[in-house]
Write a protein that binds this ligand. Structure first.
Ligand code: PFF
Length: 530
């Protein structure tokens, strides 16, 4: 490769092939697999949900994941690890870096609330170990416990009676930053290599427990039927299709700016095609085989059909604890379950930090201590905002909707256009196949160029029509859309201001970093290196 002198590679790289696959799979496997997926499936036609789900996986998820792996490695071998560099190199123009603001904003803002839920999981695991979550078969007790633990009834609760959560958040924060500080191979990779097998073992134990439950009012097969019996009428509702594609993105960590960063630490001869596919496969195993067979069937067996309406947090933190209390050896299984959720969440939250750390270091020449301190301060500000405004979990919900759902469609669309129309599918195909153990069928490249942006565009417009405006159902009940929510609710409004502030800061930083790189001749060197 020419002009190595002007490149400043971070020096970071993955230690092994299985390590990078486990790290990407670790990012993908998270709370989305065990809590979000069953909730979405139950609310959108049960088994019928799997049709749009698998179509989205094949048409959007896997092709975009390959595009991200390919662009990430391409830019990485040209000296860029962070999203602004990857976008500039792949988009064939330094100006393309401005679009990368989304690829920094999304992981950073998601981290701000994801870490809070991660801390809930740690807290719940602790309470199982202590025995304080075995509250009998009384649903209200679990709701009261959850509301008290997270402060869902009152803002500022955490600094008063809810102090206990602060400790769990502090532990979770420190744990994440210690691992990130250790770097890609010694921190992220080493932890994922340990955590992923442990998660499989814990989840399998809970699965065997659930599938062998007998003597209850409802049988295991009724529980599985409740989750999986198809209601085909749901396929006529555009909401089902939206939910399916949103779930695919969230779950695979596609459209977040994570995979492009992780893939940039590969070398040119490393495979991306089979590795990308394997990571997707692992995620699907965790999601469909473990998440899909445990959470909802177990809840149904003990609590009946009402659990379909519980929502993600209701299912995970109210219904399941009630279920564990009623099953034999429930305390142990409760501990294993929430311990496993905690591990799954950490391997995901690490992947939200690394893209931003990489940018601070690459864009401003910071060392690891400086970049960790800056990122830690920003993340702490955001998480404090989320935990302070805990009433009705409104700040969390606003961050999750606008960044964790809305913006990922936007970023996925930008990435597919950059890949299909600027990077180019010929280059894409050539690049993907360096060192590849598998060939990507040619039609996938055409799909990436034409079908993916179009499919995403249609879904995005429908998504906006469905969620942003107020809607009225047949019974005349009005549901506020997200635009009205911002107008009427000061917390939602302030959350948006906060997100806007972070976006503006990142935009300025991306601009400054680009000016520095241009002066150093780094863009020129990378863009001339075809
Ligand atoms: N894919 C993760 C899950 O299913 O829980 C969530 C996630 C990971 C979101 C990484 C964002 C991210 F950057």
């Amino acid at each position: 490769m020419a002009e190595d002198a002007v490149k400043k590679p971070s020096g970071e790289q993955w230690g092994s092939r299985i390590g990078v696959i486990l790290a990407v799979a670790g990012s993908a496997v998270g709370l989305g697999n065990f809590l979000r997926f069953p909730g979405q499936a139950a609310q959108n036609g049960g088994g019928a949900f799997m049709l749009p789900y698998f179509i989205s996986l094949l048409v959007l998820g896997i092709p975009l994941c390959w595009a991200e792996w390919t662009m990430g490695r391409f830019a990485g071998t040209r000296g860029f690890n962070s999203a602004p560099g990857v976008f500039a190199v792949s988009g064939r123009s330094p100006k393309a870096r401005y679009f990368s603001v989304f690829a920094l904003l999304i992981p950073l803002v998601i981290y701000m609330y994801y870490i809070v839920i991660e801390a809930w999981c740690l807290g719940y695991a602790f309470h199982y170990a202590k025995g304080t979550l075995m509250l009998g078969a009384d649903a209200e007790k679990y709701t009261a416990f959850f509301d008290g633990f997270v402060g869902a009834k009152e803002n500022g609760w955490i600094f008063g009676e809810g102090k206990q959560l602060l400790l769990f958040i502090a532990i979770t924060f420190v744990f994440n930053f210690v691992l990130i500080y250790r770097g890609v191979a010694n921190g992220i990779e080493a932890f994922c290599k340990f955590a992923m097998p442990v998660m499989v073992i814990c989840a399998l134990c809970v699965l065997v427990r659930v599938l062998t439950l007998d003597g209850q009012e409802r049988s295991v097969s009724q529980g599985l039927g409740f989750m999986w019996n198809p209601d085909y009428s749901a396929l006529k509702d555009p909401k089902t299709w939206l939910a399916a594609s949103g779930q695919i993105f969230f779950s695979l960590s596609v459209g977040f700016g994570v995979i492009i960063n992780y893939a940039s630490y590969l070398s040119k001869k490393d495979d991306v095609v089979l590795s990308g596919l394997t990571a997707c496969g692992m995620n699907e195993f965790f999601e469909v085989c473990l998440g899909g067979l445990i959470t909802l069937p177990a809840a149904f067996i003990f609590l009946g059909a009402s659990v379909a309406t519980f929502g993600t947090f209701g299912l995970g933190f109210n219904a399941l604890p009630n279920v564990f209390a009623q099953m034999p050896a429930g305390q142990l299984f409760g501990f294993l379950w929430f311990g496993m959720l905690f591990l799954a969440a950490i391997t995901s939250s690490l992947s939200m930090l690394q893209p931003v750390i990489a940018f601070f270091e690459e864009g401003f020449g910071m060392n690891r201590t400086g970049s960790s301190l800056l990122l830690g301060t920003l993340a702490l500000l955001g998480s404090s905002f989320v935990v302070y405004f805990s009433e009705g979990l409104k700040a969390l919900d606003t961050f999750d909707f606008w960044v964790g759902t809305f913006l990922i469609f936007v970023l996925a669309m930008i990435q597919s256009i950059i890949y299909g129309w600027f990077f180019g599918i010929e280059r894409g195909e050539r690049e993907a196949h360096h060192g590849a153990y598998l060939r990507i069928p040619r039609f996938v490249q055409y799909m990436l160029k034409y079908v993916v942006p179009l499919y995403l565009g249609v879904i995005f417009v429908m998504f906006c029509l469905n969620n942003l405006r107020d809607s009225v159902d047949e019974a005349g009940v009005v549901t506020e859309g997200y635009v009205t929510k911002i107008k009427n609710d000061p917390i939602a409004f302030n959350s948006m201001i906060f997100i806007g502030g972070v976006a503006a800061l990142l935009l300025v930083m991306v601009h400054i970093a680009g000016v520095r790189w241009a002066k150093e001749g780094r863009f020129e060197a990378a863009l001339n290196d075809n």
